[in-house]
Structures are given as structure tokens and as C-alpha cells.
Design a protein around this ligand. Sequence first.
Ligand code: HXC
Length: 268
Amino acid sequence: MESPFKSDILKGKVALLTGGGSGIGFELSTQFGKHGASVAIMGRRRSVLDSAVSALQSLGIRAVGFQGDVRKEEDAKWVVESTIQHFGKLDILVNAAAGNFLVSPEDLSPNGFRTVLDIDSVGTFTMCHEALKYLKKGGPGRDSSAGGLILNISATLHYTASWYQIHVSAAKAAVDAVTRNLALEWGSDYDIRVNGIAPGPIGDTTGMSKLAPDEISGNIKEREPLFKLGEKWDIAMAALYLASDAGKYINGTTLVVDGGLWLSRPRH
Ligand code: HXC
């Protein structure tokens, strides 16, 4: 689908996206690139990174891939610094890397719980922490008029409660807290905006195929009248809005992009 935004709204910006080589993260990389940004993507799998980078470059996007795991502080540091070396500055950090699987609490080991928190929550904080000196107003390569932007990909699971998702619910609740607290503290001290996006069920993603294998069929419309699959494009358009000047007064919010689904109640 054609973007409703002008193709230069992120012109001259440099974005680093964790998990930017696949799923929602890759769509964000693509749309940021199509709207003028240079794009660095971070991921664990070399082959995924390589094919993502060539796909981006074939669209005329300036793109580079850095292999790393957000759970490792040294990887986070190296990737942020490599981005600076490659593109000269950093304007936008997107934390899209996430881990997930369906499991009941009784079958989930504490290490399994910790693993998802390590990726989603601690990984998000670590990346923000490493990126701070480059994102802050007047940081290397930046002008002194404004700070950069952080965008954290969250979820809506923890607004209520979700079966077999205790670890992810806890992890995304922490991500939202990181969003709000950094928005307050780094917004005030460094002029950095920190926002999130909470996608609903998005078609053609690992999350969807892993998390809702059967639930899409059957009587889901009865139970969740607002149920409608979103597209990765929907998330990317929300991200463009938040990342562009259109979002310049938005700080500390997590924008729900789910067609209203989390409000759903059965009709009877
Ligand atoms: C139960 C599991 C498990 C599973 C891992 N563990 N998979 N427990 N069921 N299916 C437990 C392990 O037993 C282990 O605990 C601990 O977690 C660490 O497992 P490892 O395999 O050593 O970890 P690792 O190789 O680092 O893999 C972690 C991973 C990750 C979370 C499984 O590789 C992963 O999920 N990758 C896919 C990424 C992904 O799905 N992205 C899309 C996210 S969608 P023990 O105690 O045995 O040592 C998304 C949407 C959320 O986030 C919102 C939806 C609405």
C-alpha cells in the first residue's frame, strides 16, 4: 500500500533498529528508508541481516547490518558505535527485538521467564543506555537544536492478562515503564522523545504464527468483535508519524495500533 506521507519526512535521519531484519522491524526499516532515513539494523542471524540489507539496498536505501544480541552489553555498545562510524550520527533508535513462545506458567522455567525479560526489557534499556550520548541534544554529529527519538515496540497483552504469555506480559509492562520513565528524565534533561507502539495481531509475522496458530479461525469474531488482523504497514505508518516532525510534541506515550482489539468484549 502506498504511504500517505511525503517521501522526505525522515530525510537526513539515521535510524538504528534492533530486530530490524525481519517481521515488523524489517517493515519499519523499509519504510524509514523509503522516507529518507539511512538505516542500520541489528540482529542475531547473519543470513537474515544480509538478505535484509540487500533488499533495502535494492530499494535505493542506505543500509547496513550489524550482528549482535541485545542481551549482550558489549554487542549493544559495538552496534551503536558502528552505526556512528558508518553514518556519522544517530537520530532514531527503534527497539523491535523480542523473544516469544507460548507456555503456561507452570511449564515455564524461571530461566525461560528471565530470557524473555532479558531480550525485551533489559535489551531495550541497554540499547537506550548505549545510545544516549549520541541521541542527546548536541551529541556527536547532532546539531544543538533537538535531541533524537527512541521508539519501543511493545504489546497490549499486559493491559489485561493473556494466556500462556506471563513472561511477555511482564516484559512488555517493563518496556512501557522504560518508555515513560525515559520520556520524563531524558525528555527533560536531553530533549530526547521516547515513545512506544503496541501492535495488535499483525499478519505475516513470527509473533502471529507462533502465538495464534488456531485462534484466527473459529468463532473469534463472537468473542472479540473488533478482531481484525493488522498489517506490518500499519505499524510502520504509526512509527513514521511518531518519528517525523508530526510527532514532535508526543513524548512518553505508547500508541496502540490494534484496531481497538484490546477493548473487545463479547456481544452477549
Ligand atoms: C518453554 C522455553 C521455550 C518454549 C525457550 N524456553 N523456548 N520454555 N517453551 N517454547 C526456555 C528454555 O527452556 C530455557 O530455559 C530458556 O527459555 C532459554 O532458552 P534458550 O533456547 O537457551 O534461549 P535462546 O536460544 O536465547 O532463545 C530464546 C528465545 C528466542 C526467546 C526462544 O530465541 C526466540 O524466541 N526467538 C524468536 C524470536 C521471536 O519469536 N520473535 C517474535 C516475537 S513476537 P531453561 O530453564 O530450560 O534453561 C512478539 C509479539 C509479542 O514479541 C506480542 C504478541 C501479541
